[in-house]
Write a protein that binds this ligand. Sequence first.
Ligand code: G3H
Ligand code: ZN
Length: 287
Amino acid sequence: MLVAAAEMLKKAKEGKYAVGQFNINNLEWTKAVLQTAEELKAPVILGVSEGAGKYMCGFKTVTEMVKAMDESLGITVPVALHLDHGTYDGCKKCVEAGFTSIMFDGSHYPIEENIEKTKELVALAHDNGMSIEAEVGSIGGEEDGVVGMGEVADPAECKMIADLGIDFLAAGIGNIHGVYPPNWKGLDFDALAKIQQAADGMPLVLHGGTGIPADMIKKAISLGVSKINVNTECQLSFAAATRKYIEEGKDKQGKGFDPRKLLAPGVEAIKATVKEKMELFGCVGKA
Ligand code: G3H
Ligand code: ZN
């Protein structure tokens, strides 16, 4: 069932758990995430970056694939189709393409411009029955061409953006996209507590969910994080399982060439990663 994400995150916030956003890249990725969510009876958010949207032949193709798959797999859990780190133009394209949720990442603009653009997109999203996420501060590292400086969000700016009527807020708290370096200082929980107060009960989003230790995830949820984004970790598990299958196949005179068989171990690996995250986030059985 394709839905906006506002309701599922409101429930998550009240129930003190987080809903996972898992980024998708193709049919196999989408199927793996949807089947795991259904099996675990967990609400789920499918994240689509602008790069992944382009790779999948445009947002319209993504919407049609997700809708058709949701139906053919008989998915009963709530599923949001969400633009991840969207530009102003990308958000508009996803509204037209039939996504159910968008993220406008205006964190690299001066705050006045971030406010102005977010405000316009809030009205557009809500007029179309969609939910909208906005970002303040920035997530460090790089994801699909989006580079962030890892700037901790200013609570006063968070309040200004939250007051525009967005549905959930991404705030930089020392989190980083991709694999965390060994000298990473961890999440800034003092900043998170101040942001939670400033944003006055709004569900918060933790980006860069790959490799954050379980105790930090739990603490973040207790401080108002209701959506956690995971991308790289699924890519790493997919790549490792696929590599292993191909390496092992070398002994079989290259017989493993059926694409469905080649991709199967990678798909199983994505499912295992999604399951592990859903159990950690506490969203299993919450659909
Ligand atoms: O927007 C998506 C994420 O923040 C994912 O971050 O690739 O570090 O898991 P990650
Ligand atoms: Zn992100």
